[in-house]
Write a protein that binds this ligand. Structure first.
Ligand SMILES: *Cc1c(COP(=O)(O)O)cnc(C)c1O
Length: 367
């Protein structure tokens, strides 16, 4: 039995909640969606939460609600899941990729500053693996240059900076895909403190309709179903425990792996609260025992691993060739893509699993 890299479990309460929605006959966006939005806002201190059908739609809807489209440029990270980039291209905007911080893997504010141009409309930091980007510097820069701040929070439910949750600094975009810390299957949420953006989001999500057949703007269908919202409501009651367990698993791994100089461990900066969507180590490329070696070794010990992400965005032909995608020099993103390896940290690991992971990593380096 392999120790999996992620785990999804639903309890009987969740099963019953889904059944009662199915039996009610009201399965499209309705009461349960509204309840889920309210719980999400209350829990994380957001002014408005707007549920959508997935995390990619959340980013697309956020960009559209800010009026970003053709001719506009959005600055983001080359070291992310492709959805971030696809969402920007989907609204017709262009993408400017700038380098990351090698310790947190999030976009580097100094690099953003150098990249801002006349047609720059937004900065889209990704709070990768559950560690927030340097949101204070980025937010200040956005205010100075009149740019929208759109946060990719797909991996950062419950992550904090100075006690404030990811998604409360700009327009927050969450995913509830099956592997995320808050898992529904498919789903997303957009959060904002801005009343106008909230209103735009609610219109865009439902074909621009204020009332039936009264169209205010061209929109789309990004609606969430009540079935998925019912699952989301139940998952919300567990999210704090999920993150606590992930953090204590991460602390256990770090305290037992810190003496291995061939690898570097995840960093939690002062005043940041890591939600550990992933526990990502780096295998120093200068050693004989490189990432591929460690991955193979752990696999043979029954420990699954993941490489998030094996290449930076501009190293894919389809993006390199796309005239709407431009990139600066990104040496930190390039070396991260070559060295990162995520090992299991999820909430369903047993104590025995944790020891198996620790012993296997240690054995790989003859410790
Ligand atoms: C998962 C993810 C998304 C997209 O979310 P979906 O719900 O899968 O559409 C966007 N950005 C990042 C960084 C992600 O990890």
């Amino acid at each position: 039995m392999q120790i999996p890299i992620s785990s999804v479990k639903f309890d009987s309460e969740t099963e019953n909640a889904v059944l009662s929605v199915l039996r009610s006959g009201n399965i499209v966006q309705g009461e349960k969606v509204e309840e889920f939005e309210n719980i999400f806002s209350q829990h994380f201190d957001f002014t408005h939460s707007v549920a959508v059908n997935n995390g990619t739609s959340a980013i697309v809807a956020a960009l559209r609600a800010c009026g970003i489209g053709s001719g506009d440029e959005v600055i983001t990270s080359p070291f992310t899941f492709v959805a971030t980039i696809n969402a920007i291209l989907e609204v017709g905007a262009s993408v400017r990729l700038v380098d990351i911080d090698p310790d947190t893997y999030a976009i580097n504010p100094d690099e953003i500053k150098k990249a801002v141009r006349n047609n720059t409309k937004a900065v889209l930091p990704v709070h990768l693996f559950g560690h927030c980007a340097q949101i204070e510097e980025i937010g200040r820069m956005c205010v100075d240059h009149g740019l929208y701040l759109i946060e990719d929070c797909a991996q950062a439910h419950g992550a904090k900076y100075y006690g404030e949750y990811a998604g409360s600094f700009g327009v927050g975009c969450f995913s509830f895909y099956a592997t995320k810390n808050l898992a529904i299957g498919e789903g997303g949420m957009v959060t904002t403190f801005d009343d106008q953006i909230n209103e735009n989001l609610r219109l865009i999500r439902n074909h621009g309709m204020k009332e039936r057949y009264q169209y205010e703007v061209p929109g789309s269908n990004y609606r969430m179903t009540d079935v998925f919202a019912a699952i989301g409501i139940n998952q919300m009651s567990k999210i704090d425990d999920i993150i606590k367990k992930r953090r204590s698993n991460a602390a256990f791994l770090s305290s037992n792996l810190s003496d291995i100089e061939e690898i570097s461990l995840p960093v939690e900066r002062d005043n940041f609260y890591h939600s550990f969507h992933q526990y990502t180590i780096r295998v120093n490329g200068n050693y004989r025992f490189n990432r591929e070696y460690l991955r193979g070794f752990l696999n043979s010990c029954g420990v699954s691993t993941g490489i998030y992400y094996p290449r930076q965005i501009q190293d894919y032909e389809c993006f390199a060739q796309d005239p709407r995608v431009s990139s600066d020099e990104t040496p930190n993103a390039k070396s991260a893509a070559a060295e990162v390896l995520s090992i299991p940290v999820h909430q369903d690991l047993s104590e025995q699993d944790l020891w198996t992971i620790v012993r296997s990593v240690r054995a790989a380096f003859n410790r």
